[in-house]
Design a protein around this ligand. Structure first.
Ligand code: G6P
Length: 369
């Protein structure tokens, strides 16, 4: 087992470190290096069929559902097609409204999650086309779905998902771009610009990995707290939900992710002297709103770790410490903010002396309901 960890003390740290490569592998041959357009030869459906979809359900569990939240935002931005994200255990028991032009996307690292598989089967029974985004070739989800986009992240052993998540997010970007190309909602130039920035992601991830002392120190400093909060808006909110889940899963520290604008409606009551708040402020369109929320929690004594883009020299004035994220397009930042958030969870777990790879009560794949 030690050898399989490739010199790392845990599978989780190994998998976190593999992300420059796993993200590159997800993009792989799906980007035409000359035209900077997306190719998806794995899709069996015709472009006419694809372009007719005008409504999407994304159904998944856990971390995969969080990848879906990022995917929703990006698909909607690039194509203006409405996307609803649902937790599989809820979706399978409701009476979903399907139209002739509804596409269902299920996301599952393992491809074996019972609720996700059941939701897939329900949709198929209703005649809905199901596309799977999965990491495991030959998995039940990959065999039963009509269409499959493999994430190619390589085997993920640690219970807490890391590289599978970033690859799911990248796979959803690729799909969103391809869908936009086919629908004609983005020009070739617009697609190429996003692709250019995507190609820089692996290098940006390496940069973050090489400079992680600050996040480790912060993780050590929270090891004895009872509770903390993550706040963000739009894509930063989706990223916060995943950051909070990661921390909970392996450090057992209670944490909650809040859409920053909702703080006033309840959670602000829990902010008192010294409570750590991790505030993601990478999205330019709602930056000022985020800063106001940060000021609100600071005024109640919170200790704030801010996440800002590289060029941001302002945020430090409103927070205690800042983690800078390499420059990229706002829609692509969730892939980058994921890395320090994973490292935060990892280091907090190590600092508390816990089993990073095998958290209590949790399984890698939940194959029973
Ligand atoms: C379990 C794992 C999570 C994972 C979730 C969904 O809870 O511990 O890491 O996100 O299942 O798994 P899937 O394989 O369907 O992505």
């Amino acid at each position: 087992v030690q050898a399989e960890k490739g010199g790392f003390d845990s599978f989780m740290l190994k998998e976190i470190s593999e992300q420059p490569q796993s993200v590159r592998d997800t993009m792989g041959a799906r980007i035409d290096s000359e035209t900077k357009q997306i190719v998806m030869p794995e899709l069996k459906m015709s472009n006419e069929q694809l372009s007719a979809y005008d409504r999407i359900y994304i159904v998944a569990c856990g971390t995969s559902m969080h990848a879906g939240l990022v995917g929703k935002d990006v698909i909607e931005k690039l194509t203006r097609v409405p996307v609803e994200v649902a937790v599989a255990s809820e979706f399978r028991y409701r009476d979903p409204i399907y139209t002739d032009n509804t596409l269902m996307i299920v996301i599952s690292q393992s491809g074996e999650t019972a609720d996700t598989l059941a939701a897939l089967r329900e949709a198929k029974k209703s005649g809905v086309t199901v596309m799977a985004v999965t990491n495991v070739v030959g998995s039940s989800v990959s065999r039963e779905a009509d269409e499959v986009i493999f994430t190619w992240a390589g085997p993920e052993i640690a219970v807490a998902s890391t590289k599978a998540y970033t690859s799911q997010v990248v796979a959803l970007y690729l799909f969103a771009l391809y869908f936009a190309q086919v629908k004609g909602t983005q020009t070739a130039e617009q697609v190429a610009e996003i692709v250019d920035h995507m190609l820089d992601l692996p290098e940006a991830i390496s940069e973050i990995l090489a400079d992680s002392a600050k996040i480790r120190d912060f993780a050590n400093s929270i090891k004895d707290v009872n509770s903390l909060f993550f706040i963000g808006r739009s894509l930063d909110y989706a990223a916060s939900l995943e950051g909070s889940l990661k921390l909970k899963e392996i450090s057992y520290i209670h944490s909650e992710a809040y859409a920053a604008g909702e703080l006033k409606h309840g959670t602000l009551a829990l902010i008192e002297e010294g409570v750590p708040v991790i505030a993601l402020a990478t999205q330019p369109d709602i930056y000022e709103k985020m800063v106001s929320n940060i000021v609100e929690v600071k005024a109640r004594g919170a200790r704030v770790l801010g996440f800002a883009v590289e060029s941001d020299n302002e945020l430090i004035k409103s927070v205690d410490e800042v983690i800078h994220i390499p420059a990229t397009l706002p829609i692509l930042t969730p892939v980058l903010t994921a890395i320090p958030l994973q490292l935060l969870a990892y280091h907090a777990s190590v600092a508390r002396g816990l089993d990073v790879d095998k958290p209590r009560n949790l399984a890698k794949s939940v194959t029973v309901e």
